[in-house]
Design a protein around this ligand. Structure first.
Ligand code: NAD
Length: 452
C-alpha cells in the first residue's frame, strides 16, 4: 500500500520505517526542508537505537521517502497516518497541529474521488477523532465519511526501544469508524504478527490514556513509598521492592526460575517520570475527567507526587553538602531515560533549574543529547556541558545521577573519589551498590534510603 505519514518525529518516522520494512511504500511528510533532506540521505533527526541503519536500508530500497509536499504526498496515498504532536498547554491538550493537518488533508482529498483511509496515530483524548478530526476532514474535502475511511490507532512504542517496538508490537489497537475502515487498517498491519484489538474510535483513544496513566501511577506510587521509607530508620526501598517483586503474581514462577515482567521496572523508585508522553497524557486525562465532571483523585495525586519528586533529589543533596551556593555540581544524564535524546519534561532539567536558583555551578554530561543538536532546549540554562562524564566529575563538590545510562552504571567508587573534590554521590536512579560506595568513604544518598 502507499502510505503517507504526516509528522517526522519519534512516532512518524519510526512508524514509517516499520511500515516500509514490511513492504509498504511510505512517504513521511514534514515541514522543515533541511530535516527532510537529511532523512532522504538516511540521517535521522533524533537519536533512537537502530533507527538510522534501518532508515538507510529503506531509503536504498526506495521503500521510504520524505517530502515537504503535503498535497502531492496525500494524493499518492492509499492510507494517511497523522502522527503530529499533541502537547499540553497548561493541563489541556493542544490540538492545534491535529486540526491544521485535518484541514490540510481535507483540502487535499477534495482534489479527487479516490477512497483513502485516514488514521489518527497521535495520542488524542476520547471523542477527538470523531468530533474534531472527522468534521474538519468532511468540511474541507466536501466529502462525507464513507467516501473516506477513519481509524484511531494509538502508538505504544517506547523511546529508546522504538524501532524494535514498532517492528514487533505487543498488540495493535485499531479503533475503526466502520467495517470498511477497520478492514483496510487490518490490511495495512497484516504483516505484523501480534493480536489486533478492534474497537470503537473512542475506546482506542482511551486505551492509550489508560495504559500511560497506569504506568505513571506505578511510578508515582513507587516514589511515594520511597519517600516514606526514607523516614524510617534502617529501611532501604530497594530491599522493599525486592521483597515485593518476588510475589509470584508479579514475578510468576516457571520451571527454571522466575519471569521478570517489564512492568516491574515501573515499580522502582527514582526521580520521577518525564518524556513526551506520561506527563502530558496524565495531565490531559485528568483535565478531561474534570470536564466530564468525573472524580479523578488518583490522577491528581500521580501528577502532584511526580512534580515534587525532583525536589527530593535537591533535599538529598542539601543534606549532604549544606548549601549549593557556589558549589560545582555535576549532573550525569539530561534525557528523561537512557537510550534517548528526548529532553521533554526531563526531571534532570527541573533539578538543574533548582540548582541554578540556589547559586550552584552546574556541569552536565549526557552521552547523546548533544550529538543531535539539542543545545537549543538547554539554552535557557546557564550551565556548562562537557563531552565526558570524567570532565563533569572533575573537582566537583557533588554529583547527581539523573539518568541510568549504562556508562554511568559502570563508574566505580574509586573513579568518583579520584575525580571529585569531595566524593558526594546523589543516586537519583538507585543504580549503585550502596554498601560498596559507603565502604569506600563516599557520602552516598539515594532515593528511598533511610535518612536516619
Ligand atoms: P514529535 O514532536 O517528535 O513529532 C511531531 C512532528 O509533527 C514534528 O516533527 C512536527 O514538526 C510535525 N508536525 C506538526 N505539524 C505538522 C504539519 N502541519 N505538517 C507536517 N508535520 C507536522 O512528536 P512525537 O513524539 O513523534 O509524538 C507524536 C504523537 O504521538 C503525539 O501525539 C504523542 O503523544 C504520540 N506518541 C508519542 C510517543 C513517543 O514515545 N514519543 C509514543 C506514543 C505516542
Amino acid at each position: 500500500m502507499n502510505v503517507t505519514i504526516i509528522g517526522t518525529g519519534y512516532v512518524g518516522l519510526v512508524t514509517g520505517v516499520a511500515l516500509s520494512h514490511v513492504g509498504h511504500k511510505v512517504t513521511c511528510v514534514g515541514r522543515n526542508k533541511e530535516k527532510i533532506d537529511e532523512i532522504n540521505v538516511g540521517i535521522a533527526p533524533f537519536y533512537e537505537p537502530g533507527l538510522e541503519a534501518l532508515l538507510k536500508k529503506m531509503r536504498l530500497g526506495a521503500f521510504l521517502q520524505a517530502s515537504i509536499e503535503f498535497e502531492k504526498s496525500v494524493l499518492i496515498s492509499d492510507v494517511i497516518i497523522i502522527a503530529v504532536g499533541t502537547p499540553t498547554i497548561g493541563n489541556k491538550i493542544d490540538l492545534t497541529s491535529i486540526k491544521k493537518v485535518a484541514i490540510h488533508i481535507g483540502k487535499s482529498l477534495s482534489k479527487d474521488k479516490k477512497y483513502r483511509l485516514i488514521i489518527v496515530k497521535s495520542t488524542v483524548l476520547p471523542t477527538v477523532t470523531e468530533k474534531v478530526v472527522r468534521p474538519l476532514i468532511e468540511k474541507y474535502s466536501k466529502k462525507n465519511i464513507g467516501e473516506f475511511g477513519l481509524c484511531m490507532n494509538p502508538e505504544f512504542l517506547r523511546e529508546g526501544n522504538a524501532v524494535e517496538d514498532a517492528i514487533h508490537p505487543d498488540r495493535i489497537v485499531i479503533g475503526a469508524f466502520d467495517e470498511k475502515s477497520g478492514k483496510m487498517a487490518r490490511k495495512l498491519y497484516k504483516a505484523f504478527d501480534c493480536p489486533k484489538v478492534i474497537t470503537s474510535l473512542s475506546t482506542a483513544e482511551m486505551i492509550k490514556y489508560a495504559a500511560n496513566s497506569l504506568f505513571a501511577t506505578m511510578i508515582s506510587f513507587s516514589n511515594e513509598i520511597a519517600n516514606i521509607c526514607s523516614s524510617i530508620e534502617g529501611v532501604d526501598v530497594q530491599d522493599v521492592w525486592k521483597g515485593v517483586h518476588l510475589d509470584s503474581r508479579l514475578s510468576p514462577k516457571v520451571p527454571k526460575g522466575r519471569i521478570t515482567p517489564g512492568m516491574l521496572s515501573y515499580i522502582q523508585s527514582g526521580c520521577g517520570y518525564g518524556g513526551s508522553c506520561f506527563p502530558k497524557d496524565v495531565k490531559a486525562l485528568s483535565h478531561f475527567a474534570k470536564e466530564q465532571k468525573v472524580s479523578h483523585e488518583i490522577l491528581k495525586s500521580v501528577i502532584s507526587v511526580n512534580e515534587s519528586q525532583p525536589k527530593q533529589i535537591i533535599s538529598l543533596l542539601l543534606q549532604a553538602i549544606g548549601s549549593a551556593k557556589n558549589k560545582k555540581i555535576a549532573i550525569l544524564g539530561l534525557a528523561f531515560k537512557p537510550n534517548t535524546d528526548d529532553l521533554r519534561e526531563s526531571p534532570s532539567l527541573i533539578v538543574i533549574s533548582e540548582l541554578l536558583q540556589r547559586g550552584a555551578r552546574v556541569v552536565a554530561h549526557d552521552p547523546v543529547v548533544y550529538s543531535k543538536g539539542k543545545r537549543k532546549e538547554l539554552e535557557a540554562f546557564d550551565i556548562s556541558y562537557v563531552q565526558t562524564y570524567e570532565e563533569a566529575l572533575k573537582k566537583s563538590d557533588a554529583v547527581i545521577v539523573m539518568t541510568s545510562w549504562d556508562e554511568y552504571i559502570q563508574i566505580s567508587p574509586s573513579e568518583f573519589i579520584k575525580e571529585m573534590k569531595s566524593a558526594v554521590v546523589i543516586d537519583g536512579r538507585r543504580i549503585y551498590n550502596k554498601e560498596q560506595f559507603i565502604h569506600k568513604g563516599i557520602i552516598y544518598k539515594g532515593v528511598g534510603l533511610s535518612l536516619i
